[in-house]
Each structure stands twice: as C-alpha cells, then as structure tokens.
Design a protein around this ligand. Structure first.
Ligand code: AMP
Length: 258
C-alpha cells in the first residue's frame, strides 16, 4: 500500500499514519521527522534545513525530493509506505509521480484531513503540553507564532495539491475534526473501498482477455482494426514510396506544350 496523508500541521496525519503502520505493516515516511533527524545529526541537509524549519517555512523542493527518493529505495519501504508531510508543493507532487512511474508503482490513495485553524492551534498546544509531560524536548516550531507561519505556507503551497490529486481522481477528503477513532474508521472505509475496486478490476481483466479471440472471429473488421499500428504505417509508407517513384519516372508536362 502506498498512501499520502495530506492536511495542515496538527491535523492528525502522524497519529493516523502510526495506526496504519501497525495495521498494514508498512512504513511511515515523515519528511518532517527525517529533516529533524538531519538537524539533530548536523548533516549538510540538517544545516540547510534548521533555520528554515525554525521560521516555519518550507525546505527547498530539491532537498526534500532527494531525501524521499533515497528513502523509498530502502528495503523496509518495499512493502508499502505512508507519506506524511510529503508532497507539500505541486513540484514535489510532480517529482513523486515521476519517481513512482520510474519504479512502476502507483499510489493507492491520497487522503486529506480537513481541520479548521482554531482546532489546529488547540491541538498544537496539547501536543506541546503532552511532550513536556513526557519530559521530552519540545519542537522549536511548535509554538503559536510559528504555527501561524506554517499555516500560511500550508494554504499557499500545499493546499493546491488537493486540486492536483482531485483532478487525477485520487483524492479522498475526510473530516479531521472528528475523534481519532472516527477518523481511523473513515480511513479504513476509504482504503477498504479502494482495495475492493482494485480486486474487482483484477477479476474483470482476465475474463475480458479470454473473450477476445471469439470476438475477433465474429468481426473481421474489428480484427483488422486491432492490428498493431506501426505495421499499418509501414504498409502506408511503402505505398507512398511507390507512388512517389512512379511520379518521378513519369515525363513532366510543361504548360503550353503538347
Ligand atoms: P512537519 O513535521 O511535517 O510539520 O514538518 C516540519 C517542518 O519541516 C515544516 O514546517 C518544514 O519546514 C519542513 N518540511 C517537512 N516536510 C517538508 C516538505 N515536504 N517540503 C518542505 N519542507 C518540509
């Protein structure tokens, strides 16, 4: 299963991704987590990303696309993955499409969690207090000021992705304001419907193939029409060459002469 979870910061993507990881035994690929790890380790990518992340802005597309391209090559991602926080811009989505196409992979779905801004602020505040209660360090960008900037970045650069995937017929939208359990149920329903549709396409495909020879016999026209096009082109071009040769060989008529 290859899935994208879309939604603003604090929409619950991480929570739902974790549940799906346990249920489907696939990996969660969170670009935010990967970038935070790079910052912590002080890698060249981490050095580029740190200030940008602290300001609540987006890390350049080429940096993030590079990280994801490397990550989905790893053995644990071969069974499937949930992309959480990626893609975040249309160029990232286009790069992902190219990446998947090169590998012969297709997305199983893109699920958007819709949550209004007031609730996002409440959730980020709760995330901060839970983190403090666990005695863990609070994320530098988890504060009301930076959240505002992250939301501006989300509406300007990430929200257009819903139109991108809706146009491709891949987008499912969910009310992310519901409880974690209700959102989880709704996601399962969407994924169940998608799996069923995929299975039925698989059943239909061999049956159609089996009926092909019979149809070809019954209709010679159809049989001719199903011939591969390059062969038809080749026949045409031979005929065209012959005509040209005849034209060349024939004496040219000049106006006014008999
Ligand atoms: P997140 O944990 O997904 O909220 O991401 C935290 C921060 O990491 C974001 O505010 C961005 O600065 C950066 N980031 C994460 N994913 C991306 C991405 N796909 N493109 C650009 N920046 C990203």
């Amino acid at each position: 299963m290859k899935l994208i979870l879309l939604g603003p910061p604090g929409a619950g993507k991480g929570t739902q991704a974790q549940r799906l990881v346990n249920k489907h035994k696939i990996v969660q690929l969170s670009t935010g987590d990967m970038l935070r790890a790079a910052v912590k380790a002080g890698t060249p990518i981490g050095i580029i990303a740190k200030d940008i992340m602290d300001r609540g802005e987006l890390v350049p597309d080429e940096v993030v696309v590079g990280i994801v391209a490397d990550r989905i090559e790893e053995p644990d991602a071969q069974k499937g993955f949930i992309l959480d926080g990626f893609p975040r811009t249309v160029p990232q989505a286009e790069a992902l499409d190219r990446m998947l196409e090169e590998k012969g992979l297709t997305l199983d779905g893109v699920i958007e969690l819709k949550v209004d801004d007031g609730m996002l602020l409440d959730r980020i505040e709760k995330r901060v207090s839970d983190t403090v209660a666990r005695g863990e360090p609070v994320r530098a960008d988890d504060n009301p000021e930076t959240l505002k900037k992250r939301l501006i970045a989300y509406y300007a650069q990430t929200a257009p992705l819903t139109a991108y995937y809706a146009q491709k017929g891949r987008l499912s939208r969910l009310d992310g304001m519901a409880s974690i359990e209700q959102v989880a149920l709704a996601i399962d329903r969407i994924l169940g419907a998608k799996t069923a549709a995929k299975a039925s396409r698989k059943v239909v495909a061999p049956a159609r193939q089996a009926s092909k020879p019979a149809r070809a016999k019954a209709s010679p026209k159809k049989k001719a029409a199903s011939k591969p096009k390059p062969a038809k082109k080749a026949v045409k071009s031979v005929a065209a060459k012959r005509k040209k040769a005849v034209r060349r060989a024939a004496p040219k008529k000049r106006p006014g002469r008999r």
